[in-house]
Write a protein that binds this ligand. Structure first.
Ligand code: AMP
Length: 257
């Protein structure tokens, strides 16, 4: 596995692989089974698998959230190697946002609802970094998790609006045995918070916003929103806080692929 730190290096590493199908899996590290599912799908369907490892400052509103984001690069690179990644792209923040940086991508409507309402600027950061990764790596296909359903929707819109030539592949949400969607943030939950967080998948499975809200509130979770989102497929989506930890999840109204 090649580890590239710069845009020039990743482009060089990919130069001789452009004849085959290139798959990109963007991640912020702290890899878990959800990321591994994306890497597995990419490995099965592509000749070359590129994983980016970048905690994107532009998508964090709260500096404490950014600084507290779990980071363990050595372990992440081991997981990536074991998953068959060919090229890991792990740039510094200054590599992607050098001094004087001033260009942003905003998906105006889809980026403003639900998560966008509670995390202003989040999807601007996501869309911008993904467009950068798409431009740097030039993948044939990029893999994203259904776990972040609104992110998928925002990126699908960006790809269509900007006429980007890549396919977006969506991988079903990977859950722990108890139903909680895997997330890098789960590590921050106390045992009591984790027990209460189990109400999230249970509530969403009702596919009814009012019933879901009652279940979440009864479990002592602070609800940011619980709403039917008009995505493809439509989902019942929610964001809740268990103590200091904010969790999102969704349940598609159609069977996951
Ligand atoms: P992150 O590192 O949190 O930015 O996530 C990187 C990618 O992994 C995104 O496309 C996420 O949607 C996806 N992902 C995160 N958690 C899960 C999960 N539990 N199941 C499937 N995909 C996931």
């Amino acid at each position: 596995m090649i580890v590239s730190r710069t845009i020039a290096d990743v482009r060089t590493a990919l130069g001789e692989r452009r004849d085959g199908r290139i798959g990109l899996v963007p991640t912020m590290g702290a890899l878990h089974g959800g990321h591994e599912a994306l890497l597995g799908a990419a490995r099965r369907h592509c000749d070359t698998v590129v994983m980016s490892l970048f905690v994107n400052p532009a998508q964090f509103g709260d500096p404490a959230d950014l600084n507290g984001y779990p980071r363990d690069e050595q372990r992440d690179l081991e997981v990536a190697r074991a998953a068959g990644v060919d090229v890991a792209f792990a740039p510094s923040a200054a590599e992607l946002y050098p001094p004087g940086y001033q260009t942003w991508v905003e998906v105006t409507e889809l980026g403003a609802i639900l998560e966008g309402q509670y995390r202003p600027g989040h999807f601007r950061g996501v869309a911008t970094v993904c467009l950068k990764l798409f431009t740097i790596v030039r993948p044939d296909v990029a893999y994203f998790g259904q776990k972040d359903a609104q992110q998928v929707e925002v990126l699908r819109q960006m790809i269509a609006d900007l006429h980007l030539e890549l396919e977006l592949a969506v991988v079903p949400t990977v859950r722990d045995g108890d139903g909680l969607a895997l997330s890098s943030r789960n590590a921050r939950l106390s045992p009591d918070e984790r027990a209460r967080a189990l109400a999230l998948p249970r509530a969403l499975a009702t596919h009814d916003p009012e019933t879901a809200r009652t279940i979440l509130e009864d479990a002592g979770l602070d609800v940011d929103y619980v709403a039917v989102a008009p995505f493809d497929p439509p989902v019942l989506a929610a964001a809740v806080r268990a103590g200091e930890t904010r969790l999102i999840d969704n349940s598609p109204f159609e069977e996951e692929a």
